[in-house]
Each structure stands twice: as structure tokens, then as C-alpha cells.
Design a protein around this ligand. Sequence first.
Ligand code: SAJ
Length: 410
Amino acid sequence: NKVSVIGLGYIGLPTAAVIASRGVEVVGIDVSELAVNTINQGKVHIVEPDLDMVVQAAVTMGKLRASMVPEPADAFMIAVPTPFKEGKQPDLSYIENAAKAIAPVLEQGNLVILESTSPVGATEKLTGWLQELRPDLVFPGHPSSEPNMFVAHCPERVLPGRVLEELVSNDRIIGGMRPQCSEQAIELYKVFVRGNCISTTARTAEMAKLTENSFRDVNIAFANELSIICDELKINVWELIALANRHPRVNILTPGPGVGGHCIAVDPWFIVDSAPESARMIRTAREVNDGKPGFVINKVEKAADEFKRPVIACLGLAFKPDIDDLRESPALDITLRLASAGVGKILAVEPNIRALPEKLANSGIELVSLEAALAQANIVVVLVNHKQFKGLDKSHFNTKVLIDSSGLIA
Ligand code: SAJ
């Protein structure tokens, strides 16, 4: 059996490597020549713990290779981005391009799996595109003939930073266009998944993935809203949440500088776009979380008014603790906005990177050590609770203003 993985990014590459490590022949397809060449040398172009080892082993064993040109296989797994366009509408063009790329090499009996997080109805659309491109094959939903092709939506659910572990241990939702499609997909996932593979429809699978991330977004919004209310009422929100969480049925999440990453801040909009009138709480949660960086910036600006030209230390730039991923990061957004507003001299402390991305360096931001930042700063803004920051004593802040957005010290 041969598996083709379309899109060798944060999800596709680990998935391809793990399947190959089980002895299955895998060919990964990507439009980026750099990604393809890097992988064929047994190296990786993305950062994820242990991924380099698994990819190198799979390439050396001859089970994994990458190419820019699709070729025939038994199963095709599509793991391309599904961002949103202006106006928060899902952009399915990457999925459509993947359909166009694989259509010419599809053969009767093939299985096509959509792994990308998708709005409800996307798998039906993908099936329709494939049917149009290959009228000689019969896809699910064909009005007259018994299908001889299989299509399913099996959303990925892995946590960045724990991808290799969660790929294997998480349960999988297997949403077939028809029950036969789920059966085929389950057989493939059983090759590398230790968790349960649970069969449902494609539409339910699409909604399940969006629901999981919206659940988290709504709960983080609750925590973030509490932090703003508590600021007004002069209550320590961290103490408050710790106390409330002692109730056996209360489990409030952690307030922070905002919600980042590539999924939680995006996926809820797909639900809002599908049901704009009804998705009121989900929309509001997004707005609350998107407003949190502005709230933190306001606090810093107010504090800065007390100084002539203050030195402001921003602790943490990544989108969450203990990773080096600066993309879609509220901490980075806050730091950049403070620099461009000219509030003061901005020092950034990010122990997980060696150098600042150009955009930050060009804004006059300086990357310094924690010690150097604490020695110089008038205002310290805690943005990300990296492990290197833990254990900081309150006494460091006796002569400084502390704005602790993520509860490191409070
Ligand atoms: N955050 C808070 N407070 C919290 C928890 C998180 O402010 O109490 C913030 C983080 O700092 C970060 C953002 O939320 O900025 C998202 O972080 P995360 O760790 O909650 O999630 P992601 O984006 O790394 O991964 C999520 C996961 N989804 C769920 O936990 C429901 C993961 O399982 C999904 O596979 C992934 O999205 C995805 O690809 O959709």
C-alpha cells in the first residue's frame, strides 16, 4: 500500500513521517521546492520536538520521500491550510488546488481524506470538485451509479509541541461521505493510531473539530473577561480563579494577553460564518479574546505616562509557553504595537529564540536576557509564562511597574 500526503506542513509532515515509520511507503507532495528538498535530505523545515529524528529515520529507510509532482497511490491525505479571507470567510482555495493536483493521478478504489480543519460542507465540496475533474470515476453522492471512490474527513487534533505523541495517542473522528468511506479510512488510521477511531458523517466530523476549538476559545474568553472585570474592581484575578476552581464543578482556564496560534483564533469564525445569526456567544468570545492585546497595551501606556521615556521589558514573544513559534502571537503583537506607538524603549526577552525576526529588529526592539531586562526596565510586562521566567520573586519589582498579563508573579 502507498499513501500520498498533500501538504507537508505542521500536520502533513509529522503524519507522513509517522505512517512511513510503520513501514508504509509514503510520498509527500508540496508546492514548496525548499520543503521538498529539505525533506529529501532527511531534514525538516518546521520546528516540532523529535520531528527531525522521525523524518530522518523514515527517509533513510527509504519509506518517505517528497515531490512536487503528484503520483498514483492507494490513499491521499490532504493537509493544507484553511485560513480565512477578509471578512472572516473560510478560504478553501488550498483544498481546491489540492483536488486539482491529485485528480489526474486518481484511480478506481482510491481513498481521499481531508485532514485540514474545514467549514461544514467542505468535504462535500471537495467530493464535487473531484467528481467534476474525473467524470470517469464514481465518487460518493453520485446520483445514479454505485461509488467506486472513497472520501472522508478526519480532522487532525494534535497540540503543537506534542504532535508526535498526540498523533498516535489521540482518538480520531472519522467522517466518511458514506459508511464504506469511514471503514476504509479507519483501516488506514489503524496503522499508526493507538486511540479509538470513531466513525461519523463528514459534516459532523467537520463541526466536531470546529466545536473543540470553539469550546476552548469560549472558555478562555470567560477567563479573559474576568481578568478585565477584576482589574476594574481591584481584585486579583489569579487568586479569584484559584478560589472558584476549588468548587468541584468549576474549572476556569487561565487569562492571558490574548489567544494566538493557528487554530483557536480562526476556527470559531468558520462556525460564525456558517450560522451568523445563531452563533452569538462564539462570535462574542472571539471579540473578547481579540480585544485582550489592546487592553494590555492600554495598561502599559497608562503606566508609561508616569515616566519621561521609560524602558519597557516584554517577557515572552511566542504564542504560548515553552515553544519558539512567534506566528499569530498576541505577545508579539503587543510588543510590536508598543514599539510602533513610541511608548518607550522596548526590550524583549524570549529565551526560545536566538535572534529577533527582522520586523521586530527594524522596529528598534532589542532582544536581551532576563537579567539584563530586569536590570534596566522601568516597566515589566509579563506576556508568556515560559519556564525560564518561573520563580521570579516579587522583590524584583519593588521599584518597577509590573503588568502581569499571564499570572506569572501575581
Ligand atoms: N490560552 C490562554 N489560556 C488558557 C489556554 C490557552 O490564554 O487557559 C492561549 C494560549 O496562550 C495560546 C492560545 O490560547 O495563545 C491557544 O493555545 P492552546 O494550547 O490552547 O492550543 P493550540 O492552538 O496550540 O492547539 C489547539 C488544540 N485544541 C484544543 O486544545 C481544543 C489542539 O488540540 C488542536 O489540534 C489545534 O488547536 C488545532 O490544530 O486545531
